[in-house]
Design a protein around this ligand. Structure first.
Ligand code: ZN
Ligand code: ZN
Length: 246
């Protein structure tokens, strides 16, 4: 007798009832969050800063105060949600505790947030982590996301487009200025001929000060990339940079 996959799924759900990724309350069907937690997530919608993706209060304003002062190497960043106490409960387990089941939720949020960027690029590259960190964490969360997004958008996935050469200290407790210095010259392009003339979308989980993606964009452009856009799951708001995630 052949058991259909929907029956198997019902049996599985009966033994392991699906629960909310944030509060662990039981949820119905394919939902990954309960309605209460879903409502608490601050999804970013327009208007946003045309460079860093910070949500803005008024239409007709194009840049946030912080982007009026600094210059990034990437064209623009878009993020799906604001980094706050609620989204933190999704990001930290995804980053540090092998909670790979969060990947599909984060990837679907990125798919929606990046709608305007996908038509502008031909290649997806994850922000790389150093080999030593890879041994500790066992996976690069940005690469998991880039791989899913590449399948959904039919854009080329280049997992080794960038390499992190310098281990450096964790960005966690550094001031915004020190973060930019700490990542300087940390990345390299293993094969410049594969990058030349490409329009690239860099994928990462959190945009904090933009120091890491900025250094990646600088490295890619030096190797001949035509343009570099950035797509991140959560955006730390500029005035909250003092409570930075690591
Ligand atoms: Zn919940
Ligand atoms: Zn900005």
């Amino acid at each position: 007798m052949k058991i259909s996959s929907s029956i198997l799924r019902k049996i599985f759900d009966f033994i392991f009832p699906p629960s909310c990724l944030i509060c662990h309350k039981k949820v119905e069907g394919d939902n990954m969050l309960c309605p209460d937690c879903f409502k608490k997530i601050h999804f970013i919608c327009s208007p946003v800063c045309q460079i860093c993706g910070t949500p803005l209060d008024y239409e007709g304003v194009f840049l946030c105060p912080s982007c009026l002062q600094k210059k990034f190497y990437f064209e623009r960043n878009l993020s799906a949600v604001v980094y706050d106490a609620v989204s933190k409960k999704l990001i930290l387990p995804f980053k540090h505790q092998d909670k790979i089941e969060l990947t599909s939720f984060i990837a679907s949020a990125l798919l929606r947030a990046g709608e305007d960027l996908f038509p502008l690029v031909d290649t997806l590259i994850p922000v790389p982590i150093h080999r030593r960190k890879m041994l500790k964490r066992k996976y690069n969360q940005a690469a998991l996301l880039a791989q899913i997004l590449s399948k959904k958008t039919h854009k080329k996935y280049m997992p080794l487009g960038l390499k992190k050469d310098f281990y450096g200290q964790s960005q966690g407790h550094l001031s915004p200025k020190k973060r930019f210095q700490n990542v300087k010259n940390s990345f390299s392009v293993p094969s410049a001929s594969k990058i030349k003339g490409k329009s690239i979308l860099l994928i990462d989980d959190v945009f904090t000060t933009g120091a890491t993606v900025n250094e990646c964009a600088k490295t890619l452009k030096k190797a001949g990339a035509k343009s570099v856009y950035v797509l991140t799951f959560a955006k730390v708001l500029p005035f909250e940079e003092s409570s930075l995630p690591s």
